[in-house]
Design a binder for this molecule. Structure first.
Ligand SMILES: Cc1cc2nc3c(=O)[nH]c(=O)nc-3n(C[C@H](O)[C@H](O)[C@H](O)COP(=O)(O)OP(=O)(O)OC[C@H]3O[C@@H](n4cnc5c(N)ncnc54)[C@H](O)[C@@H]3O)c2cc1C
Length: 447
């Protein structure tokens, strides 16, 4: 019977293990997970941390024992996949008790995810300097806040996780300073829209310090100092949110080909450079449906979907994933921030001749009460007329509205054909001309 081994037991890994078992109930499936947690919603952590009454384990979607007892999947928590021997088709495993053993595979899936990047600067190993990636990280942060009477936090970084955590901490009435070396706030967004988000964050009492080189961290009495060029910020806890990098060690040591951002290079069937080894989720690359080139955009849907597809292919199906559009949304205080596809700079770098417009519209019909401003930036290609990207910010109606443009990107639609689509309308949900259609009509003039 085929032996399918999965390294990594979260979104991609457990999706793959479940799918393979459903496809092929007799298959022997072993999942190696180095922590004690499998199958949890990392995305829910900021909201869980914001609520001291909710146990963090609420975020576990399906406990390891359910996979073991109900699905017959051998889930080995506390087991690190340390190294692969591709010739012998063996994984070397180290268990938390220090013992080691080998597992043979016919097909292997690497679903090791990513790890948070920590600044390689003095003092960043001090207690109270934490990063949020795994459920264990979430547990530690929640406990640290509870046990250390945390009144003030410095967040390093201003990406989406940093901003979600900023909101969570403000909900707990904790003071927040955010600091980063680069000047621009949300550098991938046009400055006018980024300003709207910045204003929203600042209006909730958060101090933003952009353009400060971070030098080191130090203990000062019972608190922590983040020392920057011309600025020292003091806090009870420091949260590092400066990005993540793929967990590629096992692939690198095994001689597998790496791709963009050092993620594991896979084809559209999720196969790595070894035909018996697949990779899925945050550790692997993907194709971008707009550029047709490789990209690395570590998000949850792709992790789940690529885990499924890898398992289907292990089971002999021929599933190809065309790619991702980079569709992403997040909430910060009262704003929804959304994007799909390319901004003008990314489009130019990919060889397009981009034009873009930014419009202001409303989330509800003209005279409908409660209507809010929605800003839309839409990007198209002057040469082909293709739609290349859309960006949106608003108090309501941005997060889900972006999906129409994501579907258009997957279908390589032109701005003109997108402008003729039959989008929904009723006064509580938008103007007759949906903000996306208004943006497309304006963009047509600029192409
Ligand atoms: C705070 C936060 C908020 C987020 N919000 C969103 C959101 O709103 N929307 C969105 O789309 N995405 C969001 N994400 C990203 C999303 O959670 C990830 O894209 C997704 O979890 C990736 O799944 P994965 O299975 O590829 O990797 P991971 O979830 O990182 O899982 C990999 C697993 O492999 C294990 N592992 C690693 N190496 C080994 C090894 N050698 N041996 C054994 N086990 C190993 C790890 O312990 C881990 O459990 C968020 C992430 C965080 C941290």
């Amino acid at each position: 019977m085929m032996q399918f081994v999965v390294i990594g037991g979260d979104a991609a890994g457990m999706s793959a293990a479940s799918r393979a078992k459903r496809n092929w109930p007799e298959m022997e499936i072993t999942v190696l997970e180095k922590t004690m947690d499998v199958s949890y919603s990392a995305c829910g952590m900021p909201y869980n941390i914001a609520d001291p009454n909710r146990p963090i384990d609420d975020l576990v979607v399906r406990p390891a024992d359910v996979f073991r007892k109900k699905q017959g999947i051998k889930v080995l928590t506390g087991h690190l996949g340390e190294r692969i021997d591709r010739q012998k088709q063996i994984v070397h495993v180290i268990s938390q008790d220090g013992s080691s053993f080998k597992i043979a595979y016919d097909k292997l899936l690497i679903a090791t995810g990513a790890h948070p990047i920590l600044p390689e600067l003095p003092g960043f190993d001090l207690p109270g300097i934490l990063a949020l990636k795994s459920l264990e990280d979430g547990r530690k942060i929640k406990e640290y806040i509870k046990n250390n009477n945390v009144k003030k936090v410095v967040i390093i970084g201003m990406g989406y996780i940093a901003l979600e955590m900023c909101e969570a901490l403000r909900t707990l009435n904790i003071e927040v300073d955010m600091v980063k070396p680069r000047k621009a706030f949300l550098p991938w967004m046009n400055p006018e829209m980024a300003k709207m988000v910045k204003k929203e964050v600042e209006s909730h009492g958060v101090n933003l310090f952009s353009g400060y080189e971070i030098l080191y961290a130090e203990k000062s009495d019972n608190r922590l100092n983040i020392v920057c060029d011309n600025l020292t910020l003091t806090a009870d806890m420091v949260l590092v949110g400066i990005g993540i990098a793929p967990n590629n060690k096992i692939a690198l040591d095994g001689g597998l080909e790496l791709g963009i951002c050092q993620s594991i290079s896979v084809d559209k069937m999720l196969k790595s450079s070894d035909e018996n080894i697949y990779a899925a989720g945050d550790c692997a690359d993907a194709y971008h449906v707009v550029t047709g080139k490789k990209t690395w955009i570590p998000l949850a849907l792709r992790a789940n979907r690529s885990g499924w597809a890898a398992a289907d292919n292990v089971c002999g199906k021929q599933i190809r994933l065309e790619g991702v559009a980079g569709t992403a949304v997040f909430k910060v205080f009262n704003l929804e921030v959304a994007r799909t596809g390319l901004n003008p700079q990314e489009a130019a770098e990919a060889g397009f001749d981009p034009a873009s417009v930014t419009i202001k519209s409303r989330s509800r019909a003209h005279a409908h009460p409660g209507s809010k401003t929605i800003q839309v930036q839409m990007v198209g290609d002057k040469k082909s007329g293709r739609l290349l990207g859309a960006f949106m910010v608003g108090e309501e109606g941005a997060a889900h509205r972006i999906n129409a443009s994501a579907v258009a990107l997957h279908n390589h639609m032109t701005v003109e054909s997108f402008s003729t689509t039959d989008l929904s309308y009723a006064p509580p949900f938008g103007p007759v001309w949906d903000p996306l259609l208004t943006a497309a009509n304006q963009l047509l003039k600029a192409l």
